[in-house]
Write a protein that binds this ligand. Structure first.
Ligand code: GLN
Length: 484
């Protein structure tokens, strides 16, 4: 008997192709598990009936030897990707009844490769947050929660991370604007890859901050992330920022023995970092050295400004992107006689606290009197941060840092203090500002017995080196995957 609980995406593809398991068995297994683990609150919507129907169609294709690369594989999709005729909420009340008339390019790519929509996963409202607690549907739970303590799965792609780590999805999609794939991956002990900005199309993904948003895979293994990226990535005429590059094959390019120069940025080693994180950092360096990689200290001098820069730019873009939710065109409406009151009422009731905070910050930094002092200044600092990375990458192939300053925190401990919450993103946002690819890979367990991930950052469009370096950490750390 094959234990479906234990298999990863790579294995599932193999077993389906060899007809050792059917798509229907696999889909049914995950639907059943998802129902049984409802307390994780990882899904906003489960595609129960339709997924089984699609699995039966896949099984026919497999029987006729017409299988596509991900034939019959159920995939969990962050509820920020528009899925045609299927509820797409962005975890907001304002979109709580929204069924798009179109499919996002990334999800379409998955379906064209034979994958099946398993369900839509929970997230922070409009992907704004680092704990999943801003979701209109309530926070998803970190499956590593224990001893009556409830830990957050991280955010914003917390539902996807919780689903993969909790064994109720074999792989999932996430989106990352300032860390939302990497940080939850770190908190839940899975792999989370944010590709280079422009690698995956943004078309049909509910926009948060358009110059930063990027889709990527959240998986059990590095190989699985490469398999997913191969399908998700690609040029799309419908997204003007999508890169037009020759198709490569990340999975085939994954070689463990790439000799890499690994950069360690001085500025990331701040005094507040816990000793155990520093110890894991040393351990990671040892893993690289064992694999004939060279460790080089590097300088990223503008690191300390990244967090402020990110929150100015992302909020400015969010305030503009979210202007479209007026109660007329989308979702929820709070009626009123006067049109201006309709807008006001709809937006007051439809958006949650954090989203309103971002809209207010964004409107403020873009307003006539403050534009130069905040927005324009932030754009200039962004250029300096990009330049820091360009210079560092003249000396090294990839950069190795912690993903987040801590392990997962307890639910409720930061939600009332936005600054404390924003500080979780200190190691992930510089990479987003520079549009670089980065992955989070688990390295071990903290003293609280919770997973800790480390981040590998690459040059623009060099996901190959990022994945290879991640594989070195994965192989050596031999992290225990199951949270139960
Ligand atoms: N935590 C960050 C924020 O709240 C990042 C979110 C994201 O990457 N979507 O903006």
């Amino acid at each position: 008997m094959i234990d479906l609980k234990k298999i990863n995406l790579e294995k599932a593809i193999e077993l389906i192709k060899q007809k050792k398991i059917s798509s229907k068995e696999l889909v049914s297994f995950y639907l059943k598990e998802a129902e049984a683990k409802k307390e994780l609150n990882a899904y906003i919507y489960l595609n129960s009936d339709n997924a089984i129907k699609l699995a039966e169609e896949s099984d026919k294709r497999i029987a006729n030897n017409n299988a596509r690369p991900l034939e019959g594989i159920p995939i969990a999709i962050k509820d920020l990707f528009c899925t045609k005729d299927v509820l797409t909420t962005a975890a907001s009340k304002i979109l709580s009844n929204f069924k798009p008339a179109y499919e996002s390019t990334v999800t379409q790519n998955l379906w064209d490769a034979g994958a099946i929509l398993l369900g839509k996963t929970n997230l922070d409202e409009f992907a704004m947050g680092s704990s999943n607690e801003t979701s209109f549907y309530g926070a998803a739970l970190n499956p590593w929660s224990k001893n009556k303590k409830e830990y957050v799965p991280g955010g914003s792609s917390g539902g996807s991370a919780s689903a993969v780590a909790g064994g109720i999805a074999i792989a999932a999609t996430g989106t990352d604007t300032g860390g939302s794939i990497r940080q939850p991956a770190s908190y839940c002990g899975i792999i989370g890859l944010k590709p280079t900005y422009g690698r995956c199309s943004r078309w049909g993904i509910v926009s948060f901050a358009s110059s930063l948003d990027q889709a990527g895979p959240m998986t059990k293994t590095v190989n699985d992330a490469a398999i997913m990226l191969d399908v998700m990535a690609g040029h799309d005429k419908k997204d003007s920022t999508s890169a037009n590059l020759e198709k490569t094959n990340f999975y085939n390019n994954l070689k463990i023995n790439k000799k890499l120069k690994i950069g360690i940025p001085k500025q990331y080693k701040n005094d507040q970092l816990d000793k155990e994180i520093l110890n894991f950092w040393e351990l990671g360096k040892e893993f690289f050295k064992k694999n004939n990689c060279e460790i080089v200290e590097i300088d990223l001098p503008h690191t300390e400004y990244a967090l402020a820069t990110y929150y100015i730019i992302s909020s400015a873009e969010a305030s503009s992107n979210l202007a479209r939710y007026d109660g007329i065109r989308y979702g929820f409406r709070k009626d009123s006689e006067e049109i201006i009151n309709l807008y006001e009422n709809t937006r007051s009731v439809g958006f949650g606290e954090e989203v309103k905070r971002r809209i207010m910050i964004g409107t403020y930094v873009l307003s006539a009197g403050y534009y130069d002092a905040y927005y324009l200044k932030a754009q200039k600092v962004r250029s300096k941060i990009i330049n820091d990375f360009n210079q560092a990458f003249e000396k090294v192939d990839v950069i190795f840092t912690p993903t987040a300053p801590t392990d997962a925190f307890e639910k409720g401990t930061k939600i009332d203090d936005p600054i404390k919450m924003y500080l979780n993103d200190v190691f992930t946002v510089p990479i987003s500002l520079a549009g670089l690819p980065a992955i989070s890979v688990p390295i071990g367990l903290s003293k609280n017995d919770l997973p800790l991930g480390f981040q590998i950052i690459g040059k623009r469009f060099d996901e190959d080196s990022v994945l290879s370096a991640a594989k070195i950490i994965e192989t050596n750390a031999n992290f225990k995957k199951e949270s139960d």
